[in-house]
Design a protein around this ligand. Structure first.
Ligand code: SF4
Length: 355
């Protein structure tokens, strides 16, 4: 990190004068956490408001997904392989942590490849990988399905809850519930998608957006570029993360995703069903689709009383405006996923803002 550069940029942001309140949304959960962790949020001029968006995959996963996971594991005695961030997320009536304590075979993995190896090592057990993510993780999950096919594995499947981020931003803007003047667009998603899928922000809604990286200098550069566009009233989407994001994204990764997955409607916490925002496994690979392989009917969905994750993910409130924040809800006793995930806005506010 070039400390001198960060210091210079920080001074520019700190002293930036805004004639009126400006409200920008960071779409991505990693940006949410990094704005706090790096201290860049503290440099914001008083009337620059940062609104958290629907870009944390764990947070936007609805209760119905975990309810189904638990129901399938119970009914078919399968081993669940999951990343650690899903473990403490409350489902309608339970959580993976509670089920594990009650004897369910749930194993934490660090990559989809670990889950595949688990299937090879346990040929007499069904292994279900919980695939929760955005465009960034979908290529690895597609590859793992192709690998499972190559190896002829019959005891491996994934339960896909993969989502596409631009349609969620489109849904948010078309709902028009909250004023957003411009967007900080996720850099890592854009390494896969490129800039083009984000152009609708300018073309359809007349607002600017800036693709940004994640280090302090990236964040400050992104915010300054967005403020410049707003000042000049230029509705365009620009790329300030050129070291990683190419105009057309990563064509190889996009091709791999398209080989295994097809686009479908998907349910988002707080946003409901959004057309064209999900990835489901194509029929050619349906034997690896846990949803088809293990039919199950979970109990009716129940929302967490008082939790306002849905409003948060639509930018309507900030975490401290949730009446449960830091009173009933904390990382040790999380009521909703936004407090569990390290990319969740409640967890970021709890860790950094509270102090
Ligand atoms: Fe939900 Fe807790 Fe966040 Fe409130 S503070 S919105 S209860 S996760």
């Amino acid at each position: 990190m070039d400390r001198e550069l960060v210091k210079k940029l920080a001074d520019v942001l700190k002293n930036r004068k805004l004639p009126e309140e400006v409200r920008i949304m960071e779409v991505c959960g990693t940006h949410t956490a990094e704005f706090f962790r790096t201290g860049v949020k503290d440099l914001f001029p008083e009337n620059l408001i940062l609104i958290d968006g629907p870009g944390c995959p764990v947070c936007v996963t609805p209760n119905s997904y975990l309810d189904l996971v638990i129901e399938i594991a119970k009914k078919y005695n399968a081993i669940l392989a999951t990343f650690g961030d899903m473990i403490k997320v409350p489902s309608s009536y339970s959580s993976l942590a509670k089920e594990k304590a009650d004897g369910m075979d749930i194993r934490i993995v660090y990559s989809p490849l670990d889950a595949l190896r688990m299937a090879e090592e346990n040929p007499d057990r069904e292994i279900i990988f919980l695939s929760v993510g955005f465009e960034t993780t979908a290529p690895a999950e597609a590859i793992i399905i192709m690998e499972a096919e190559k190896k002829g594995l019959t005891n491996f499947s994934i339960l896909s809850c993969n989502k596409l981020t631009p349609p969620a931003v489109d849904a948010l803007l078309s709902a028009d519930e909250v004023r957003i003047d411009g967007f900080i667009i996720p850099g890592h998603v854009s390494t896969i998608t490129g800039r083009e899928p984000w152009n609708f922000i300018a073309d359809k809604y007349g607002k600017p957006g800036v693709i940004s990286g994640f280090e302090a200098h990236d964040l400050i550069t992104g915010v300054l570029a967005l403020l410049d566009l707003l000042e000049k009233r230029e509705a365009v989407v620009t790329n300030e993360y050129k070291t990683a994001v190419r105009e057309k994204g990563n064509p190889n990764a996009l091709k791999i995703i398209d080989t295994v997955f097809e686009i479908c409607p998907a349910e988002w916490r707080g946003l409901g069903e959004i057309p064209g925002s999900g990835l489901r496994i194509r029929d050619e690979y349906s034997r690896f689709d846990a949803k088809k392989k293990f039919p199950a009917t979970p109990p009716p969905v129940k929302e967490h009383a008082g939790c306002r994750c849905g409003d948060l993910l639509r930018g309507i409130i900030t975490p401290p405006e949730c009446p449960l924040f830091d009173k009933v809800c904390s990382p040790e006793n999380a009521v909703g996923p936004c407090m569990v995930s390290s990319e969740g806005p409640c967890s970021a506010y709890y860790k950094y803002w509270r102090r």
